[in-house]
Design a protein around this ligand. Structure first.
Ligand code: 6PG
Length: 481
């Protein structure tokens, strides 16, 4: 039997669908799963005439042409380390191991070093698009050992989504860069989802709209600047009926789940000192929603006085569309700022326009808007913040009035809109020539002799005041975080 070109470990839904995608492109594959008697056999029966089924890792490595290319689609965390440990003695120099799970990029950095020390190549690859994307064309974000790319490129680009004829798969950078980009993708995904949920809540609570009516609004928005996969599926979700013909969305418990990648993005932002408030609000909104029992107790103790909107409903809906677009720009501005900081810290040399193109198709955040981000980075490859690009600056100038009106209405009527409101605060704070940090610095110097800089002295000169007349003139050791 001729050797297979590509191996897959893990035949859960993502692994199986990627395997079927590879088969549909005429790529000869070998498959293995830790429960081979059940899973591998079932896969071969369903779609396997041409597939090499392996019942052990040794059988899998034996059935692959060299250099071996093996994609692990298994649960992130210790299972990845275990499989790597079992594979290392079975592989030969130049073989390539790919992790397609949602692994933490720090683990991927460590694993790249380990695997490379055996003369092998390692790739940590972000995969986005869910089950359907895996089958029909996902967005793929590979990074790791650069020498792996020429070998895996033709296969990965063949199975990836295509946007305007360009594959949504390109090399991202060294060691953990691929999984870092996927982590930021997921932070953006959290932000987009939370913003849409807040728009839905405002329509439901302020305007007393029914799911069907809201679906029409989302459908109309999907023809404009908000056109995206998440807006499209929201319209479809709102139209879905339960068995009794009522709206299914109203029957779903409002207790959110999450697997952790959004939290990782926020932790990394704190580490880098990059403001990422919208992502953080999106994660906290899930935490808050998850704690439903406490919410219900507080609702009884402190009933919320939401009131319906008595103003111009059509104008509010227009403002809402503008608010979503402005907040979306601000959210992506935060995500790209984080990647910029990480690229410096980890020496990755990220190409931001190319990253925007990876997300144009196949992934959960796919949208026409990402084409605009690509254009912005074409104009200025080292763009410091998306808000500084002429297109996005104009869009924000036009859209922030809508965002302001929506945030004000939400506050006045008692509807929580944390992501929209934090987007507005970020926008205003980022543009402020003077923030109240002068007072903050004075407070720090008052109680801790932490020193301050002065407006009438050059930057970098630090001063201390003996505020009470009782402290000394000695300042604390200078340090900054
Ligand atoms: C994707 C998604 C996916 C993620 C799920 C669940 O790009 O296909 O980001 O990788 O795992 O969306 O994420 P949460 O459970 O954290 O919502």
């Amino acid at each position: 039997m001729t050797k297979a070109d590509f191996g897959i470990i893990g035949l859960a839904v993502m692994g199986e669908n990627l395997a079927r995608n590879l088969l549909s492109k005429g790529i000869k594959i070998a498959v293995y799963d830790r429960a081979p008697d059940r899973t591998v056999r079932a896969f071969l029966q369903r779609c396997g005439a041409e597939t090499a089924g392996a019942y052990s890792l040794a059988e899998l490595t034996d059935s692959l042409a060299r250099p071996r290319m093996i994609l692990m689609m298994i649960r992130a965390g210790s299972p990845v380390d275990e499989v790597i440990g079992q594979l290392l003695p079975l592989l030969e120099p130049g073989d390539i191991l790919i992790d397609g799970g949602n692994s933490n990029f720090r683990d991927t950095i460590r694993r790249t070093r380990l695997v490379e020390s055996y003369g092998l190549l390692y790739v940590g690859m972000g995969v986005s698009g869910g089950e359907e994307g895996a089958l029909k064309g996902p967005s793929l974000m590979p990074g790791g050992s650069p020498a792996a790319w020429p070998h895996i490129q033709p296969i990965l680009q063949a199975i990836a989504a295509q946007a305007d004829g360009v594959p949504c798969c390109d090399w991202v950078g060294r060691d953990g860069a691929g999984h870092y980009i996927k982590m930021v993708h997921n932070g953006i995904e959290y932000g987009d989802m939370q913003l849409i949920c807040e728009a839905y809540d405002l329509m439901r609570t302020l305007l007393c709209m029914q799911p069907e009516e809201m679906a029409q609004v989302f459908t109309a928005w999907n023809d404009g600047v908000l056109k995206s996969y998440l807006i499209k599926i929201t319209a479809q979700i709102l139209q879905m009926k339960d068995a009794d013909e009522s709206a299914l969305v109203d029957k779903i418990l409002d207790a959110a789940g999450q697997k952790g990648t959004g939290k990782w993005a926020c932790a990394e932002a704190l580490q880098e000192g990059v403001p990422l408030p919208l992502f953080a609000e999106a994660v906290f909104a899930r935490c808050l929603a998850a704690n439903r029992d406490q919410r219900l107790r507080l609702n009884r103790a402190l009933p919320i006085a939401t009131s319906t909107f008595a103003g111009d409903r059509a104008a509010l809906l227009k403002d809402l569309e503008q608010a979503l677009y402005a907040a979306k720009i601000l959210s992506y501005a935060q995500g790209f700022s984080l990647m910029r900081a990480a690229a410096r810290t980890h020496n990755w040399g990220l190409r931001y326009g190319s990253i925007a193109l990876l997300w144009r198709g196949g992934c959960i955040i796919r949208s026409a808007f990402l084409g605009k981000i690509k254009e912005a980075f074409d104009r200025e490859p080292d763009l410091e913040n998306l808000m500084l690009d002429e297109y996005f600056a104009r869009a924000l100038q036009q859209g922030h009035a809508g965002l302001r009106a929506v945030c004000a209405a939400a506050a006045l009527h008692g509807v929580p809109a944390p992501a929209l409101q934090s987007a507005l605060a970020y926008f205003d704070a980022c543009r402020s020539a003077r923030l109240p940090a002068n007072l903050l610095q004075a407070q720090r110097d008052y109680f801790g002799a932490h020193t301050y800089e002065r407006v009438d002295e050059p930057r970098g000169a630090f001063f201390h005041t003996n505020w009470t007349g009782e402290g000394g003139d000695t300042s604390a050791t200078a340090y900054s975080v």
